[in-house]
Design a protein around this ligand. Structure first.
Ligand code: NAG
Ligand code: NAG
Ligand code: NAG
Ligand code: NAG
Length: 439
């Protein structure tokens, strides 16, 4: 019997969870159960994860007073959803509650008619890994862990211009206090978390993103795309007898590739021209030709190299995106790689998650500093470097360099890009910025 079913079992028999007797019984069961669980865990699984068997706020659990936060369905693009999810997590952390696993959205509702298909968090990300990586920071719970679903308080977020960051913060602090903190569930109603005010530094967001590990099914799909890219890369390198391949042990050193998140589709162009006008800056929109030219000027790119083009589907019909690249830069997209069917099997959100992963794992990444997708890829790559002990992610020789093609660097190359982890809000690095910390 696991802890949850035990808890339910007790309820079934009319025992109040909080009663002393109940807790004593529970403690004994836990000690026995833990031994059994340890044996099971260390013998049954090939890989032993760091972290605790009792994934969800175990100490609160013992006291029988886990408190939960519920948030509205999370919507829009993959990266807006990730930011919204992080914001929901950080709000729960502020209220000292665990976040009830939220629903994400499988489709981009402003593009698809069958609105907002909800998809559970654990259909995209690994639930247990999230809790084990984020232990001590923030935890997710399943609805089955809630004891009394009517012990619920609604927190309505304010709206409009008069609802300032300070008001919002004040409200959250109030809901952390008596008598609001007594409720088992606080349910936030109103806007989607992406639109909530931001109260957290970049490093807190980075911490949440670090705990978001793609579910196995999706990660396997990304593996397939990446190996396809590397396979073609290896073939090409062999053909030209490239020096980079000589002495390269294909087992340990996979063939490098670059990824370019090429935003030139019509919607984006209209959007970015508007932003350029509004902000009175001219460095947001890059034409196809500018991107191709700047990527060609990146110093030290060993050729031949496969360039994976992460582009919107409408552009897959446009052969001109693979034309005009400098010799040795070999552009491929989903269709020319032969992985279009692999993508098409999945709803929008998963397709986007696979593309994100392919960009994240690339040896060189080039994106647009005004795109949330590109910004989160760079944040993830910077975080990865920092956790590998790289002190200066903008240094000349780093393992996973990133660039912004909409900003000009030295000798007409794209500008080097790394996330400044000391920024005090996500806004500074994620949407609408040409401050990219390497300059
Ligand atoms: C957070 O909640 C736990 C139990 O749910 C409690 O023991 C702890 O004191 C709380 N921490 C704060 C800072 O309120
Ligand atoms: C559940 O919570 C409601 C509201 O706080 C309360 O009236 C009710 O007695 C609770 N039920 C149980 C079984 O604790
Ligand atoms: C826009 O910026 C340019 C220089 O960057 C400046 O000369 C011009 O006055 C600005 N226009 C407005 C409307 O602010
Ligand atoms: C990073 O951000 C901090 C805080 O805003 C700022 O003081 C620092 O100068 C920034 N560093 C770089 C390299 O831009």
């Amino acid at each position: 019997m696991d802890l949850l079913s035990l808890r339910k079992h007790l309820r079934l028999h009319g025992l109040r969870w909080n009663s002393l007797a109940c807790k004593c019984v529970f403690l004994v069961v836990i000690v026995l159960g833990f031994r059994a669980a340890c044996l099971y865990r260390f013998s049954g699984f090939g890989s032993i994860e760091k972290g605790n068997f009792f994934a969800t706020s175990d100490s609160d659990f013992l006291r029988g007073k886990s408190k939960f936060l519920e948030v509205p369905q999370i919507i829009w693009g993959l990266n807006n959803q990730k930011i919204a999810l992080a914001r929901a997590c950080l709000t729960a952390r502020m209220l000292n509650r665990t976040l009830l696993m939220p629903s994400l959205s499988a489709s981009l509702f402003y593009k698809e008619v069958d609105l907002l298909k909800p998809i559970s968090f654990d259909k995209i990300f690994h639930f247990d890994k999230f809790n084990s990586l984020c232990k001590g920071f923030i935890q997710l719970s399943r609805y089955s862990e809630v004891i009394n679903r009517t012990d619920l308080l609604e927190l309505r977020k304010g709206t409009g211009r008069r609802w300032t960051v300070d008001n919002d913060l004040h409200q959250l602090r109030r809901f952390h206090q008596h008598p609001f903190d007594e409720y088992e569930i606080i349910r936030i109603v109103g806007k989607n978390p992406f639109l909530w005010h931001d109260h957290w530094p970049v490093k807190d967001y980075a911490k949440v993103f670090e705990c978001l590990v793609l579910g196995e099914d999706i990660s396997i799909e990304a593996d397939k795309v990446v190996s396809k890219i590397r396979e073609i890369g290896l073939k090409v390198s062999k053909q030209v007898g490239s020096s980079q391949i000589n002495g390269l042990n294909s087992m340990s050193e996979p063939v490098p590739y670059a990824a370019v998140h090429m935003r030139i589709e019509k919607d984006w162009m209209i959007h970015c021209k508007n932003v350029e006008q509004r902000l009175n800056i001219s460095e947001i929109c890059s034409s196809k030709d500018q991107i191709i030219q700047r990527v060609g000027n990146i110093e030290g790119l060993k050729t031949p190299i496969i360039i994976y083009l992460a582009v919107a589907d409408d552009l897959l019909e446009d052969d001109s995106i693979t034309a005009g690249w400098k010799e040795g830069l070999l552009p491929y997209e989903k269709k020319t790689l032969g992985v279009l069917d692999l993508y098409k099997k999945h709803p929008y959100l998963i397709q986007s998650a696979i593309d994100y992963e392919v960009c994240l794992r690339s040896d060189v990444f080039v994106g647009n500093s005004f795109s949330t997708f590109s910004s989160l890829v760079v944040l993830d790559r910077t975080q990865k470097m920092i956790s590998m002990g790289v002190k200066r992610p903008c240094g000349m020789i780093v393992r996973w360099p990133s660039y912004a093609y909409n900003l000009e660097g030295e000798s007409e190359s794209p500008r080097r890009w790394a996330t400044n982890m000391s920024e005090s809000s996500l806004h500074a690095i994620s949407y609408g910025s040409n401050h990219i910390s390497c300059s």
